[in-house]
Design a binder for this molecule. Structure first.
Ligand code: ZN
Length: 304
């Protein structure tokens, strides 16, 4: 009898420890649907032309999209939030900005890819022609300049200069100056053309990556998260969660790419349904979940 209280006590200690371990485990891994996932706004590059508040508003709209079907809050902004969300400006947005200024239509489609490729080939031809012509004209200009300089030198060492010769030299000097200015303008045009070609190569490669990865993913569906999505990226490294947004064509697409990455934060995989937010490519301006997204969310929440 004297041992009994000790046995109960050991059992209680064991049960209590188990409860504490379970409680700590549930604190460390917030479960979507049960716990609100918190996020914070990190770096917002002002070259996108968005204020911090506007970006935060876009993130909020994306967060609300996931909460709406189940009627509760899934994500909440918090200064010490678990997911850091950044707007990162790099060559991707810069290149598409440049092309957009030149009225190029850019989309993650094969049509857009083929169209840009034809335009790129034309620009290459144009560049090579202009470049060869300019080189030719520059060499003619240089010969003319050398002849002019030699002429000036000759007349400088003479005792006097005839008025007609002086007039001719002045005229030649003015013509050479005008020619140099024209050549400089053409050089600037050529540099801009090269810049456009470079931007185009970046964008074409980006689209090609998307299209190719689309094909790759059809071969091994459902075992990748995030990586192939070039406009944005969700990462969970050593418990540190980040969402980086690199590129978007308009405000709707920004909300959509944010919703896509938040979907990954909810541990959702890609959907084969092209109208789904969780489809691997951004091809729509719709900022609502598709029935397919909602089904995936419900399945995810029921399986916990
Ligand atoms: Zn993705």
């Amino acid at each position: 009898m004297s041992n009994l209280p000790r046995i109960i006590s050991w059992k209680s200690v064991f049960l209590l420890s188990l409860l504490i371990i379970l409680a700590v485990m549930s604190l460390q891994t917030p479960k979507p649907c049960q716990d609100i996932i918190t996020y914070r706004i990190g770096k917002v590059d002002d070259r996108f032309g968005l204020t911090r508040q506007e970006f935060a508003l876009a993130v909020n709209m994306a967060a609300v999209m996931w909460g709406k079907p189940l009627g509760w809050e899934m994500f909440r902004e918090d200064s010490s939030g678990a997911i850091e969300i950044n707007l990162v400006y790099d060559y991707r947005q810069e290149s598409s900005d440049k092309l957009k200024k030149l009225n190029y239509k850019i989309d993650n489609t094969k049509t857009s890819y083929e169209d840009l490729k034809v335009r790129l080939e034309n620009l290459h031809t144009e560049y090579n022609q202009n470049s060869a012509e300019l080189a030719n004209n520059l060499s003619m200009y240089n010969s003319r300049l050398n002849a002019f300089n030699a002429n000036v030198e000759y007349w400088n060492i003479q005792s006097g200069i005839r008025e007609s010769v002086h007039k001719n030299l002045t005229q030649e000097r003015d013509e050479l100056n005008a020619l140099r200015e024209k050549l400089q303008v053409r050089q600037d045009d050529l540099r801009r053309l090269k810049d456009t070609i470079n931007s185009m190569v970046v964008v074409i490669n980006e689209i090609a990556t998307n299209i190719n990865l689309d094909l790759v993913n059809y071969q091994n569906t459902g075992n990748t998260l995030g990586r192939e999505f070039c406009e944005g990226l969700y990462e969970n490294k050593n418990g540190k969660q980040t969402i980086n947004i690199y590129q978007f064509d308009n405000d709707y697409r920004l909300v959509r790419v944010l919703a896509h990455e938040l979907g990954h934060a909810l541990k959702l995989n890609h959907s084969a349904d092209t109208s789904a937010v969780m489809y691997r490519l951004i091809q729509s301006d719709v900022i609502e979940l598709s029935p397919n997204d909602i089904a995936a969310l419900r399945k995810r929440c029921d399986n916990q």
